[in-house]
Structure formats: C-alpha cells, structure tokens
Write a protein that binds this ligand. Sequence first.
Ligand code: 5RP
Length: 234
Amino acid sequence: MTHPHLARPAALSQDALKTLVGLAALRYVVPGEIVGVGTGSTVNKFIDALATLKDQIKGAVSSSVASTRRLQALGIAVFDCSEIDQLSVYIDGADEVDHQGYMIKGGGAALTREKVVAAQSRQFVCIADESKLVQTLGRFPLPVEIIPMATRRIVRQFAAMGAQARVRLKDGAALVTDNGQHILDVVGLQISDPLAFESQVSQWPGVVTVGVFAFQKAQVCLLGTANGVKTINF
Ligand code: 5RP
C-alpha cells in the first residue's frame, strides 16, 4: 500500500488544465483595451475568467457567434471586428501547436473568423492543454472552410496529395459555419512546412480558409501540464 504522504497528487483532468490556462491568460489582457477572443472549450474557460475583469476592459472582439453569446451573457461588451484597427492581444485555443507556434485550428468550425481576428492582433496567445503540443502538424484532421460548390474538386486536390477529405456533418447534414459555408476535415497529412502548405491551399479556388495558422502563428503558448502552466515564447 502506498503511504498517503508519498502518494502522487491525482493527475489533473483535461478540463482542469483548460481552466488553469484560461485563468493564466488573464495576465495578457491589457486594462482599458479591447481583447480578441477565440472559440472553443478552452476559450470558454478564459471567457469565464475574463468576466472577473469585465469592469477593467473596454470589451472584446469575438471570433464566433458562440463566443459572442457567452461574452454577452457575462456582461462583456462585444465590438464588431470591422470597427477596430488593431488589438493588442488575441487569445484562442488550438487543436495542435508545434514548437514554432504554428497551429492547426478549426475543430470548432470558427477558423475563418479566428484567422481574421488574429490577423488584426499584435500578439496571439495560444491556450492549450499539453495533449495539443506536437512535433509536426497533421495528426488532428485539418479543418478547411470551403464554398460548397467547390467540394468535389477540393476533395480531389487533397487526394492528389495522398490525403482524404470529408465534409463535416452535424445532425446528419453538412455542418454550416457562421459564414454559411462548409468544412472539410482532412486526414493523412504531415505538414512539415506550414507556411508553404498554408500558401498553397489558400490559393485553391473555393477555399475560404485553411486551418493551418502559420502566417497568424502564436507568439506565446500557455500550456497546461501536470506540473502547472508552462509558458512557451516563440
Ligand atoms: C475552434 C478552434 C479551437 O480553438 C480549437 O478547436 C480548440 O478547441 P478546444 O479548446 O475546445 O479544444 O480552433 O474553431
């Protein structure tokens, strides 16, 4: 039997790690300013934590209808991205992040607006649990937002790369994004040059946004680990 004083502390759940990094991201929020807010279960923890500072910020720019609803329900003002020139910081999760700060995003289907808000921000702070850190992007199925009429050709273009693309479904029908488009999830990729990959696929007609965030990479990652929050500066 293990002596109670020698027992290892119980491992934190993935949910607890998300809460930790959501809280840790508060130190990147600039008082008196508008903060860029991403989408997803990790960001939801950040939004909940942000509510404790709501009187110290001007408000938020949101990357999805879901995040907007959550922010507003907590009394945080949401500004339209097109009203704002530049944000100091954008805080968002990722499906994968590598050791350069390149990411795969879009698991929550919000990649287009996420990339738009990230592009308007001086600093991208990625919040993630340690399961998201990878050597090479591509283990997570790559989300690509597309215009529906281009589906068959884009599926063939991925097949020519040796990858398989499938239309994401919701309740048995193609999922429709906040922008009225569809999502392909692409498996079988090893993205060794994220900048080149993002450039290439972004140029295919009918691609709205590819879920590789290389040009809009993270500058900081707050990674939830068994030993607490690790800060990685890229
Ligand atoms: C949404 C995203 C999310 O940031 C990504 O899917 C991670 O989500 P979660 O925090 O729920 O794991 O890109 O489009």
